[in-house]
Design a protein around this ligand. Structure first.
Ligand code: HEM
Length: 405
């Protein structure tokens, strides 16, 4: 089979082949061919998925909506403020909106995972990938309340919604691959993230909700959110070489902040792993400091928050001094999120971690992370997105963005 050389494959292949003397000529050819094969397979698969989605949408009953002839698809795209042909002819605006949708659903899934834990439904489906030993769907079991089963099963089903959005994001990015290969590289992380989360979810159930697995499940979402936010940022900016927007000290601070933020989140998962909301009464708990485990880990967790606050305050001062309005504005948003999140944290700690507050705290943690990432990305710049009049991707609402590189 002769495979067309894909532009993305060229990029991958040149990356693979570029280090001087690192790879022999024979290996280089093999690597380039492999890259070709992989990229070509992915492109074909994505096209197939795109065609299937469009065909499925067209089969839905009801009067047509411009572009697809489907009411369901039209409702979905209208709800997301997207053109119906966003998959086959994504505009820059459509790509940005899909990227934001990716962020929103990933934040939502973090909160829905929290809901499963707080309703003690973590083992509502006691096995994986089936819900019960004999059934893929919830079935009345002797000792598991049906409500817990439905909540856990509902959360598993949400995976498909998340996957659908991830595939839509990826398919749209693929259509811009020639102009903006970066978008494809970032977008592919979303479907891969969903699949990894589904597998890790299985490990979590099969280990009886071990806190390390529950924590890893949460932190994987945090990492996927990095790719989601990066995709949105790349979709709204140009393609000039990245340059710092802050003096080197402030830039370093902005770079260290996500590390502190990640430690803060990781410490939060340890508090949760020691706390009362395990997701099921039978789940193992962290007890490495005996009865003091919750209190001590919560202190470390809040100390990390104060460390992050110090860093954020320092960055605000430096960014104001440097006159970097974008950084300043985003830092104010981050400070507002931290204030609310920190207040919820203290109140829940001193009131015996009531479920409703914990749920808000989980949601707030994802919003905190997103706000922090936007601050970090404001510390570098790749120029404004170029406007190209008459671009084939033009939408009625906005002129498209094309790469300058
Ligand atoms: C920006 C500030 C904060 C962030 C981003 C944050 C984030 C988190 C995260 C990610 C978790 C784990 C959620 C999970 O595994 O489902 C958590 C749990 C927790 N956090 Fe925070 N937190 C913050 C501030 C605080 C503060 C100031 C306190 C006060 C001591 C606090 C108390 C707790 C407690 C008690 C838990 C365990 C709740 C449970 O049992 O599920 N947090 N936090």
């Amino acid at each position: 089979m002769i495979l067309r050389r894909h532009p993305l494959a060229t990029t991958y292949a040149s990356r693979v082949t570029s280090p001087p003397g690192a790879i022999r000529t024979h290996d280089r050819t093999v690597a380039a061919r492999c890259a070709d094969l992989v990229v070509d397979a992915v492109v074909r698969l994505a096209r197939l998925v795109g065609a299937l989605v469009t065909r499925a949408a067209a089969r839905l009953p009801g009067p047509g909506v411009a572009g697809t002839g489907s009411r369901g698809w039209g409702l979905l795209t209208r709800a997301l403020h997207l053109r119906p042909d966003v998959l086959t002819k994504p505009s820059s605006l459509g790509m940005r909106r899909l990227a934001i949708t990716g962020i929103a659903v990933n934040v939502f899934i973090v909160a829905s995972g929290g809901l499963v834990r707080l309703t003690k439904s973590g083992l509502g489906c006691p096995t994986w990938p089936r819900c019960t030993r004999d059934s893929l769907l919830p079935a009345p079991e002797t000792d598991i309340p049906l409500s817990r089963m439905l909540i856990e099963f509902g959360n598993r089903t949400l995976t498909f919604a998340l996957l659908l959005v991830a595939v839509l994001v990826f398919v749209a990015a693929l259509h811009l691959r020639t102009e903006r290969p970066d978008l494809v590289r970032l977008a592919v992380i979303q479907p891969l993230g969903v699949v990894s989360q589904a597998l890790l979810g299985g490990v979590t159930v099969l280990t009886g909700l071990h806190p390390a697995s529950v924590g890893a499940h949460y932190l994987l979402s945090v990492l996927v959110l990095v790719a989601c936010v990066a995709l949105h940022i790349r979709a709204i900016e140009g393609d000039r070489p990245p340059r710092r927007t802050l003096p080197s000290r402030s830039y370093l601070l902005a770079t260290l902040l996500p590390l502190a933020g990640f430690l803060l989140l990781a410490a939060g998962t340890v508090v949760t792993g020691a706390g009362p909301h395990a997701g099921d009464e039978s789940a193992p708990r962290y007890v490495f400091l005996g009865v003091d485990t919750v209190a001590t880990t919560a202190k470390v967790h809040s100390a990390l928050m104060w460390l992050t606050v110090l860093g954020v305050a320092g960055l605000l001062v430096l960014a104001r001094r440097a006159g970097r309005l974008v950084v300043v504005r985003r830092t104010y948003v981050l400070i507002a999120v931290i204030l609310v999140q920190g207040a919820i944290g203290y109140v829940q700690y001193f009131t015996g971690v009531p479920e409703q507050l914990v749920l808000l705290h989980v949601l707030g943690s994802a919003l905190f992370w997103v706000a922090l990432l936007y601050v970090r990305f404001a510390a570098r710049d790749r120029g404004p997105a170029e406007r190209v009049p008459g671009d084939a991707l033009t939408t009625p609402e906005v002129q498209p963005v094309r790469s300058g590189a």
